[in-house]
Design a protein around this ligand. Structure first.
Ligand code: FES
Length: 128
């Protein structure tokens, strides 16, 4: 079973038998860390604690993560792959709050109430 921890929530997902990127598993659990570089392994912003059946660290991860962070299990969610049924991902917290984003990259703090509103917009006042 693959466990995903975010705050006090633990989500368990069955491993499908394929090597799957950690980012995709997080999305399946409804979690979208920020991926500023689009998952290219260049920004180092999608850090996640990961343990268990994982791919070896990719060269981009070795370049982005200090050895001490790698040693405690920090990985890049965009590049680390889950390679077996026994794995655990934990989203790190920032200022005590879980940082999550939308699939399109917006960032929210986990403990705020989200509300989606459709706002009517007028005609542009000047051409772009
Ligand atoms: S999204 Fe930039 S390193 Fe993962």
């Amino acid at each position: 079973m693959i466990r995903i921890r975010s705050g006090d929530t633990v989500t368990e997902l069955a491993w499908t038998g394929e090597n799957i990127p950690a980012a995709r598993l997080l999305a399946q659990a409804g979690l979208y860390p920020d991926y500023p570089c689009g998952g290219q392994g260049r920004c180092g912003k999608c850090r996640v604690l990961a343990h268990g059946d994982l791919s070896p660290a990719a060269p981009e991860e070795l370049a982005q993560l200090p050895p001490r962070e790698l040693a405690r299990g920090m990985r890049l969610a965009c590049l680390a792959r889950i390679c077996g049924p026994d794995a655990e991902l934990t989203l790190p917290r920032e200022d005590g709050l879980l940082v999550v984003g939308s699939p399109k990259g917006s960032i929210w703090k986990h403990d705020i109430t989200l509300e989606t509103r459709m706002l009517p917009l007028g005609e542009p006042t000047r051409p772009y």
